[in-house]
Unconditional design. Sequence first.
Length: 342
Amino acid sequence: MRTHSPTGGTAEPLAADPDLDRLDLQIVSALQIEPRASWAKVGAVLGVDAVTVARRWNRLRAAGLAWVTAYEPGPAGGRLAVVEVECAGNPLEVADSLVGDVECQTLDFASGGRDLLVGVCVDDEVALADYLLKRLATGPQIRAVRTQLVTSFVREAAAWRLGELSADQAGRFTDHGLREPGAATALTGLDRAVLAALREDGRMPATTIAARTGVPVRRARDAVHRLLLHRRVALWTDVARARCGRSVQAWLFLQVPARRLAGVAARLARLEEARLVVSTVGTFNLAVCVWMRELADVTRLEAQIEDGLEEVRIADRCITLRTAKRAGNLLDAQGRRTDRRG
């Protein structure tokens, strides 16, 4: 049974959309830095009471306009790829068939020389080959598949910030990305259960997690702390793109001389528009996803990149027409998170 459609036609109804005003954006900005910050702390930094902050956030989350989720940082042997899909049939139908795949972590409808951009995440090379050759390449409505293998993340999407806080305000929150590296050991059954709970709601209280997992509250709280401290689990505060003043998402695909790749990637990662920067092996060796306020801003940014970086060529680009899935979270036609996950 279909549980989600990229068209938004079968998604469960969400609460009425509120507008994201300045305070809403500041709350989201605070949680981008410290996703599990207490409402009292957020309120104190923003100069409002905790009840107001909690009410605002609960309204945004219920409407699918902002959310905190969790993910497991890829293991050393994991494989990630950006896959361009050219459809022979209706892209909506192809997307509908792929969006529920656990391997498909992100799915964008795109302009230009591809119909879909699929972010694939699997455990190893064998799983990647199986998914590409047995799942994507054999689809009856898929004409062509082009794969860019991700070799490194220069900037993760979870590190992108709205930038609605002053430097002083931002400095009062603890950056959740600054964690001690964890040992490369398999997650336990409890760890997996905690991860599943945090994927649903990264702010889920330890008391709720304990009730779900059947362990004492202190043990649940310790498990959350340990997984986050050692970065076995990472939190990500995300927001509906169109409702935060960034209505345009573009992908830029660059060709950079190998000797300059690291330096160019680092400079691009510092752009405030850059949401994701990855080095790749394929037709291109650098892919950049940016969020912009207007379509004309894409051309401006391209000119800025080409004028400021020698020997760098933007070989291709595309505009995201719609996002059906982002980091495992299903989105409706308006870019709101639905209650279902893929």
